[in-house]
Design a protein around this ligand. Structure first.
Ligand code: X2X
Length: 342
C-alpha cells in the first residue's frame, strides 16, 4: 500500500471503531445511581466512593456513578433496598446482608448469634465456598453480585449501664435492624427490642425513646453515638454484617463485556480496601480504636470468655431455630468452614 492509502485505511478503521464504541454506548446512562446506607464519613460510604472513582477512571468516564447515601432512593427504608435494585430504581449498591435478608433469607446466616468468633471466621465464609453459594443465591434472586465488603462486628451499646451478663439486658429498649432474627435474639436475652431504620434510630436514641442499639464501632465513631447517650459499649462480637457490591441486572447487561470486567475488578479492589478501612484499629492485638472511644468518656466492657459464653448459651435456641429457616446445609457448611479456618 502507498503511504496515502495506508493513511486513508487507518482513518476509516478509526472511524469504524469509534462508531462501534458509540453504538455500544447508546444504552449507557449519563449517570448511574449507587445506593448506600451511610456516606463517606463511614468506611462503608468510603467503599462506595473508591468503587465509583475506580470505575470512572478505568472506563474513562463511560460509566459515571453518583452516590446516594441515606438510602435516599428508597426514602431511607433500608429493608426495601434489595427490591429497588432488582426493579431498577437503584442501579448499583453496596448493601448490608442484614438489610437484604428480608428478601434473601440465606443472608441471615451472618446474623446467627456467635457463629463467627473472629475476622478469620468471616473471611472463611466470604472468601470460600459459602461466599460463592451466597453469590449464586443473590444472582438467582435477581441482582448481580460482584464483591464483598464489610460493615463489621456489631457491639452492643446503651445509655443505662455497663453490660456484663444477659441479665443486665433485662428490660432495656434496644433498637434493632430489619430482620426478625434480631427480634428473636434480643427477646431471648430478656431485652425489649424494637425495629426501626437507621435514620429513625438516631433521634430515638437522642430522645431516650430507646436505651440502646448494636452497630460496628466504625459506625459508632462516625455517627458520634456517644453524643446521643451511648456511654456504655460491650464488646461481645455476636454478629458481623458483610457488605455486598451489586449491580442491577439490566444495567449490567447493557454494558460491554470489557466494561463489565472493569466494574467487577473495581468492586473487588474497592472491597479489599474497604474491609481494611472497616477493620482499622480493631484487628490489631491491642485494638487502639477502643482507647480512642474510651477517651470520649465511654465505658468499654470487654467480656471474659466465661462471660461471653453466658450470652452464647442464652441465644442458642435462636441459633437452632434460625439454622433451619436459613437452610441447615448452608449453615453446616459455614460451621465447617469456620472450624477449618487458619
Ligand atoms: O442500620 C444499621 O444499623 C446499619 C447502618 O448498620 C445497617 O444498615 C445495617
Amino acid at each position: 500500500m502507498k503511504k496515502r492509502s495506508i493513511l486513508k485505511f487507518a482513518l476509516a478503521a478509526a472511524a469504524l471503531a469509534s462508531a462501534a464504541v458509540a453504538s455500544a454506548q447508546t444504552n449507557y446512562k449519563p449517570e448511574y445511581k449507587m445506593s448506600l446506607v451511610v456516606g463517606t464519613a463511614f468506611p462503608w460510604g468510603k467503599g462506595g466512593e473508591i468503587w465509583a472513582n475506580l470505575v470512572r477512571e478505568r472506563t474513562q468516564g463511560r460509566i459515571n456513578i453518583k452516590l446516594y447515601p441515606g438510602v435516599s432512593l428508597v426514602q431511607g427504608d433500608q429493608t426495601r433496598e434489595f427490591t429497588a435494585i432488582r426493579q431498577g430504581v437503584i442501579d448499583l449498591a453496596i448493601g448490608s446482608t442484614i438489610n437484604w435478608s428480608p428478601q434473601v433469607k440465606e443472608l441471615n446466616l451472618f446474623s446467627l448469634p456467635f457463629l463467627m468468633p473472629d475476622y478469620a471466621a468471616i473471611d472463611a465464609l466470604t472468601r470460600g465456598d459459602v461466599g460463592r453459594q451466597i453469590f449464586s443465591i443473590i444472582d438467582r434472586a435477581g441482582v448481580m453480585p460482584l464483591a464483598w465488603g464489610e460493615n463489621g462486628y456489631r457491639e452492643i451499646t446503651n445509655s443505662k449501664k455497663a453490660l456484663r451478663t444477659p441479665d443486665d439486658l433485662k428490660g432495656l429498649k434496644i433498637r434493632v435492624v430489619g430482620s426478625p432474627l434480631f427480634l428473636d435474639t434480643f427477646t431471648a436475652l430478656g431485652a425489649n427490642p424494637t425495629q426501626m431504620s437507621w435514620a429513625d434510630a438516631q433521634p430515638a436514641l437522642a430522645s431516650g425513646a430507646v436505651d440502646g442499639q448494636e452497630n460496628p464501632m466504625s459506625i459508632f465513631t462516625a455517627a458520634k453515638l456517644q453524643n446521643v447517650g451511648q456511654k456504655n459499649v460491650t464488646m461481645w462480637g455476636y454478629v458481623a454484617d458483610p457488605l455486598v457490591f451489586v449491580v442491577n441486572k439490566e444495567v449490567w447487561a447493557s454494558w460491554t463485556p470489557a466494561d463489565q470486567a472493569i466494574v467487577r475488578q473495581a468492586a473487588i479492589d474497592a472491597g479489599k480496601e474497604q474491609v481494611a478501612i472497616a477493620r482499622k484499629g480493631l484487628d490489631e492485638a491491642d485494638r487502639p480504636l477502643l482507647k480512642e472511644i474510651a477517651a470520649l468518656g465511654v465505658t468499654i466492657t470487654q467480656l471474659t470468655p466465661q462471660e461471653r459464653e453466658a450470652f452464647v448459651k442464652a441465644t442458642r435456641p435462636v441459633y437452632d431455630k434460625w439454622k433451619t429457616q436459613i437452610g441447615a446445609d448452608l449453615v453446616t457448611s459455614a460451621e465447617r468452614a469456620i472450624a477449618a479456618r487458619r
